[in-house]
Ligand binder design. Sequence first.
Ligand SMILES: CSC[C@H]1O[C@H](OP(=O)(O)O)[C@H](O)[C@@H]1O
Ligand code: ADE
Length: 302
Amino acid sequence: MVSKEEPVTVAVIGGTGLYKLDNLQVEKELDLDTAYGKPSSAITIARLESGKQVAFLARHGHGHSITPSHVPVRANIAALKSLGVRAIVAFSAVGSLREEIRPKDLVIPSQIIDRTKGIRPSTFFDGGIVAHAMFGDPFDTALTRLLGDIVKDVLKDTQVKLHTGKTVVVMEGPQFSTRAESLMYRQWGGDIINMSALPEAKLAREAEISYALICTSTDYDAWRESEEPVTVAEVMGTLKANSEISKTVAAAVLDHVHDALSHEKGLIKPEGGMQYSIVTARQHWPEEQVEKLKTILPAYFS
Ligand SMILES: CSC[C@H]1O[C@H](OP(=O)(O)O)[C@H](O)[C@@H]1O
Ligand SMILES: Nc1ncnc2[nH]cnc12
């Protein structure tokens, strides 16, 4: 941990277009290494106006040099865990699969459809110790509800609409979808699409970190037959127009997340979720795996 007296319990993962939180007071930059390799970027520790600390990590690197399939997600989650992080508010640029989710709107999803292709390491339990995490509700429900209430309030005097209770399709990329795929995702019940909510949400769950996603809708993907399919220029243009909203939203939610995590309030309780998930008998645990897992789940592997 950065300091035993002051662990950093709340983190932001910034996605496309959100490479720093320059509206917060930066305290230091940490160049961390973990048992799972180096994270996507140095981690910025910033201080909120209330005096509380938050960590910020750029998912694709500060210069956006890492593709969605190659984001070192295990290292990112391990690095945040090593700081004492208990809740992550992640940001993502998404395509809209629904007419009513317009570009620039914000979406806080509650479900995921996995269309990644199995090429991303998506578990900490692949080296002789097996665990099956619950994932029926892939985002922390208490954190998601809290963010919904605060973001709604932040947006009340703006033109930006908030959508909650939606389903995000996570595709492999880096190419965008075909029109046929985009139409199929709508039939499946997908509302928005990105390339990065997985395995981030799965690994946060395994590390007993509460995780929720705030998405900016940037385009209508490829399903609207009368329009050109999505381009990067369209995504970046929308994000540029919306960048202040994401930063304002981040600054507004973080204090509330801190409060909700406090033991007095106990509204968000990330610990304990993996307690009954480990199936491998203790005597079969490879020592080398125990050493790695100690950094992720010290309560079970110390
Ligand atoms: C640049 S468009 C595709 C890219 O944007 C989203 O990134 P993030 O989720 O990190 O904001 C999407 O997932 C793709 O990685
Ligand atoms: N249409 C889209 N498909 C996948 N990821 C996206 N990120 C932003 N727009 C997207």
